[in-house]
Design a protein around this ligand. Structure first.
Ligand SMILES: Nc1ncnc2c1ncn2[C@@H]1O[C@H](COP(=O)(O)OP(=O)(O)OP(=O)(O)O)[C@@H](O)[C@H]1O
Ligand SMILES: Nc1ccn([C@H]2C[C@H](O)[C@@H](COP(=O)(O)O)O2)c(=O)n1
Length: 239
């Protein structure tokens, strides 16, 4: 059996979806930044279909599939599951839904995820919704989540934060350079965060769009500076 990337190279994959020319929004942000919470609001108000990569992987574990144990071990370690597996699950879910507007939550988590998705499906996101939240707040939320998730313990949470900084932030930077990132301050109460989300999804005139893009760019400068400082301090702790 070939890999999904090999299948894409042979032109065997991605075609059904591509023909439907779906709208894709990637939803990114650290663990506990509120991606799932806000996706539920977007679904309710704007008719998108929500596909959470983490939920699809957890369902795969429960289904008792051959990849189940490998996925479970990786999630317990806060690691990122190989793109092969996650992309197949996402593609299947998109095809089976019969819908054409998707919020893809928690994906792409690293450069491998991103490049493989674009290669396999031949599709790119319309934009990337990025929920920015300080670690202390995300940690508090995850420790209070109470959904029985195996990875909501302090040891795995710290690993997930590190993977976010080292592997997921570069993906956000990639799309930022293409002008596709819409950054949201996610440290506020749910309703306030959703008000900012709405401003992105509502149709606007060109002047407002221009203003939103400039504000997003300014926020992203600040964000990248903070990430660099954090990575340097992590390196200093290691030495
Ligand atoms: N703005 C908010 N203020 C306070 N609590 C919030 C806010 N948004 C979400 N929460 C709560 O924080 C927890 C994590 O939220 P959620 O599951 O939406 O995050 P997530 O980014 O999808 O997390 P993960 O990446 O780990 O799946 C939940 O218990 C949720 O109810
Ligand atoms: N693209 C993805 C998305 C998720 N995972 C794994 C690793 C995560 O820690 C875990 C939980 O995801 P969440 O529900 O927090 O979005 O699932 C992955 O490997 N690749």
């Amino acid at each position: 059996m070939g890999t999904v990337v090999e299948a894409a190279n042979k032109g065997a994959s991605g075609s059904i979806l591509q023909k439907r020319n779906p709208t894709i929004v990637f939803v990114l942000g650290g663990p506990g930044s509120g991606k799932g919470t806000q996706c539920a609001n977007i679904v309710e108000h704007y008719g998108y279909t929500h596909l959470s990569a983490g939920d699809l992987l957890r369902a795969e574990i429960k289904s008792g599939s051959e990849n189940g144990t490998m996925i479970q071990n990786m999630i317990k370690e806060g690691k990122i599951v190989p793109s092969e597996v996650t992309i197949k699950l996402l593609q299947r879910a998109m095809e089976e839904s019969g819908k054409d507007k998707f919020l893809i939550d928690g994906f792409p988590r690293n450069e491998e995820n991103r490049a493989a998705f674009e290669k396999v499906t031949g599709m790119e996101p319309s934009f990337v919704l990025f929920f920015d939240c300080p670690e202390e707040e995300m940690e508090r939320r995850l420790l209070n989540r109470n959904q029985g998730r195996e990875d909501d313990n302090i040891e795995t949470i710290r690993k997930r934060f590190r993977v976010f900084l080292e592997s997921s932030v570069p993906v956000i930077s990639y799309y930022d350079a293409k002008g596709k990132v819409r950054k949201i301050d996610a440290a506020r109460p749910v309703e306030e965060v959703f008000a900012s989300v709405k401003a992105i999804f509502e149709p606007k005139n060109e002047k407002v769009n221009h203003y939103v893009r400039i504000m997003s760019k300014l926020y992203m400068y600040k964000f990248h500076f903070a990430v660099k400082r954090k990575l340097i301090s992590l390196c200093c702790h290691r030495c």
